[in-house]
Write a protein that binds this ligand. Structure first.
Ligand SMILES: NC(=O)c1ccc[n+]([C@@H]2O[C@H](COP(=O)([O-])OP(=O)(O)OC[C@H]3O[C@@H](n4cnc5c(N)ncnc54)[C@H](O)[C@@H]3O)[C@@H](O)[C@H]2O)c1
Length: 398
């Protein structure tokens, strides 16, 4: 049975998802609301949605709405998710899950109590490298996997200044300093999205920013943050993981903004911006064609802002060969995709979870495993790399 959905936040990222939800055969009407009413009206009209609500709160009390998809600024999700679940709505949330351990614990409690669907839209779960590694793990080809790396490398100059200005208005510098390790899900989610384990402790290093433009400035920052680059080394239950979250980095994030390496006793995988390899003790196999997408980013992705238009078109939409396209409803297949082919899969996961009463792959407990280690890593970086334990919040229902 089709359910109806309200998109909350009609900013830079919501538009394409609103269209995908609207075209999915498992979804009926799609509505939209935004604190800035014109944004909601414009999106409703451009995407021909079912209409607008004049507030999030009105959407929550409406009997027309079964679920919400939250696309508000990255530091706002936890309280909105809790309100929506308590109002009896299923929730799709953009990353990250929340800003604190307490918020995460509360979301887990409410999901358990209500039995409603919660899903976090982590694009790295369907990053082609993650999908490739998941398959190799299932085949046992890594032997014993013991170490992996995830990097999210996106320089502020590649569109993030404009994105934060749009997002934060006149006070944008207060929030453009968002701590890199509080946005850890693209790096951690690509490792733990393939490798079924969890982070148990962490030691992290933050690199204080030197640009001097008032963005990563503790005095201005809403988060008291001056780190623009950060590295964290995690102990896993049965191995180790290193992640990098870089916002000042000479790297072509329009070619690859999340990159992964996985090492096992019998096989390993690694990728750079333009190539990917599978290794065994006998040699190297170039698997670039398996994980290349015909495109990877949306036309309005911040990292494309300073790229020539001709090149920009080459990065829009498409799947990789490793993707299981057959499971995607035909109604979605021809629509724009994004983030290395992941958007169609995320929308489809949520719709199937709600309609079939199934637990989605990136459910609340998985989302906690992708998010909480970064929150604790930021605390470690603030304490000069002190090694800190990461609580186990459990596996959640099967
Ligand atoms: N690869 C990815 O997974 C990926 C990529 C880009 C963005 N994102 C995530 O998507 C989210 C949205 O990003 P964006 O760039 O579109 O942000 P944005 O600032 O452009 O848009 C957010 C919108 O939410 C609205 N809003 C805020 N609070 C609201 C409320 N209570 N009720 C209604 N509307 C409200 C704002 O007015 C704004 O228009 C962020 O959390 C970001 O982390 C994820």
């Amino acid at each position: 049975m089709a359910f109806s959905l309200a998109v909350v936040g009609a900013g830079q990222f919501a538009g394409q998802f609103a269209t995908l939800f609207d075209h999915h055969p498992g979804v009926g009407s799609v509505f939209v609301t935004d604190l800035i009413p014109d944004r909601a009206k414009t999106l409703a009209s451009l995407a021909r949605l079912g209409g607008t609500f004049d507030s999030f709160e009105h959407a929550l009390v409406s009997p027309l709405v079964d679920a919400v998809a939250i696309f508000t600024q990255r530091w706002t999700h936890g309280p909105l998710v809790l309100k929506a679940l308590r109002a009896g709505k299923h929730v799709y949330s953009a990353v990250p899950m929340a800003m604190s351990e307490d918020e995460i614990r509360e979301i887990l409690e409410v999901v358990k109590e209500t039995g409603l669907t919660y899903m976090m839209g982590e694009t790295s779960y369907y990053n082609p490298a993650t999908v490739f590694a998941r398959r190799k793990i299932a085949e046992g080809a890594f032997g014993r996997l013991f170490y992996a790396e995830g990097d999210y490398v996106h320089d502020m100059d590649l569109g993030f200044y404009e994105a934060y200005q749009y997002s934060g208005g006149a006070q944008w510098k207060r929030t453009a300093s968002f701590p890199p390790l509080h946005y850890p899900t693209h790096s951690i989610g690509g490792v733990l999205g393939a490798w079924d384990t969890r982070a148990t402790s962490v030691s992290a290093i933050g690199v204080a920013d030197h640009r001097g433009d008032g963005v990563f400035d503790k005095a201005t920052s809403q988060f008291g943050n001056d780190f623009s680059n950060a590295t964290a080394l995690f102990e896993l239950s049965g191995g180790s993981m290193r992640i990098n979250e870089f916002r000042r980095v000479g790297y072509p994030s329009h070619l690859r903004e999340s990159r992964f390496r996985y090492f096992g006793t019998e096989g390993s995988f690694e990728e750079v911006a333009t190539a990917a390899y599978w290794y065994t003790k006998d040699g190297a196999e170039d698997v670039s064609a398996q994980v290349e997408t015909s495109a990877s980013l949306l036309p309005d992705d911040p990292s494309l802002k300073n790229i020539a238009p001709a090149l920009r078109d080459a990065f829009v939409s498409g799947y990789a060969r490793v993707h299981d396209i057959d499971r995607i409803p035909p109604e979605l297949r021809a629509l724009p995709n994004g983030h290395e082919g992941s958007h169609h899969f995320l929308v489809d996961d949520f719709v199937r979870a709600v309609n079939d009463s199934r637990v989605p792959p990136v459910n609340a407990w998985t989302a906690a495993r992708f998010t909480l280690p970064g929150i604790i890593a930021h605390q470690s970086a603030q304490r000069d790399g002190e090694r800190l334990p990461i609580p186990d919040l459990g596996n959640g229902p099967a």
